[in-house]
Design a protein. Structure first.
Lengths: 228, 228
């Protein structure tokens, strides 16, 4: 179990009952006690601790922005990133089927295990202990985050950006659809006449193509600003 | 401020900084600092503490059932019930418009204030203090609750009930629609042939009429069982 010691070092938390950590790392495909109840508990404590950290960090941000930023910080992508950082994949216990299909590397399995670890720490060491662990892991993410933009989609950001520049709103146009009806690809352009910007992007839905085109337009605005 | 003392007694918590309690009771329609950030914080701590209480109370229930029961315990209706019990309405601070339109009695405003109070207690007294307050308020609700049924809709419960009785599934039929297209009322029947049960109910959507008819069918089954 020397492996678990390394994980404990990364977490900066030492379990009194290591069985709890072991359970947190056990996927339901593995025989025996798995981590889904711990994940339920860990999801709860994570959501709250991140709420408390954001409440303290951003004193003048309203609850709508706090909610959006929190959603972005506790979503699967972010948790899977933390799982990478903690090298959770190498400690996971999976059943045969999951093993063979590469379940170790599946973001959802990794993210769930991270939440379960938080649940296990709460049970093992109490609230203060898990608060400290989550704070250490999230402090860098929170300090880097801009609560006015984090978690906003590209179309919203682009709209806010052009409004701040007092320019006309972007115009999205479907310029092409490719493929059969059930498996279409949409090509959408995003035009900002006054800025001389016209971008194009593909997506499996009109919406996703628009978002991609908006991202490119944001990058183009950014480039113009840096050039000036 | 003797009123606030009574509220503190109901909560069994005494604030060090009563301004926090005052802010928790202040709706955004009122001038000055309102309770929405505290509500964000309180929502987080409530969700987590109820998760932790359920985790402890129901050792053999899987995370799906835990989530459903929690959702039922933290929803607006339940919080508005707690608000009634704490007589929160009489302490609320609302703006003119809300005052005139009876905002005191609006379940959403009351429920939000209860969450904000939890947030305020966390800030004032820390996690252990708010855990204790929430536990006292929720203990009776949790002890009464059946984790196999709480939060399930009537159609789901009815289906599970007839399956347990090894009977045919209920049949729902729209027997009448009344009113104009944009404002229709649906009349739906729910038939359980083998039990000789046929109920009818109205609703503003087909779905809500089916749920109401299922509720009546559940009551009818219950009555048959008590008669035997």
């Amino acid at each position: 179990m020397s492996g678990m010691q390394h994980l404990e070092q990364s977490l900066r938390y030492q379990f009194k009952e290591r069985d709890l950590l072991r359970q947190a790392l056990t996927h339901r495909s593995y025989a025996g006690k798995h981590n889904e109840r711990l994940e339920f508990l860990g999801d709860g404590v994570l959501n709250f601790v991140v709420a408390a950290l954001l409440f303290k960090q951003f004193q003048r941000i309203d609850e709508g922005d706090l909610s959006r930023v929190r959603a972005s910080l506790v979503k699967q992508d972010t948790l899977a990133q933390l799982a990478q950082q903690l090298q959770v994949a190498s400690y996971l216990r999976l059943g045969e089927g999951e093993l063979k299909s590469g379940g170790f590397n599946r973001p959802s399995i990794q993210a769930d295990a991270v939440e379960a670890i938080f649940g296990a720490i709460y049970l093992d060491g109490g609230f203060a202990a898990v608060y400290k662990v989550i704070e250490q892991l999230y402090r860098p993410l929170i300090e880097q985050s801009d609560p006015k933009t984090l978690g906003k989609d590209a179309k919203t950001l682009l709209q806010e950006t052009v409004q701040a520049l007092r320019m006309d709103l972007p115009v999205y146009t479907v310029v092409d659809t490719q493929g059969a009806a059930h498996d279409q690809t949409f090509v959408v352009s995003c035009t900002l006449d006054q800025l001389g910007i016209n971008t194009r992007a593909k997506g499996s839905s009109r919406r996703s193509a628009e978002q991609a085109a908006a991202s490119l337009a944001l990058a183009a605005i950014d480039k113009q600003h840096k050039a000036n």
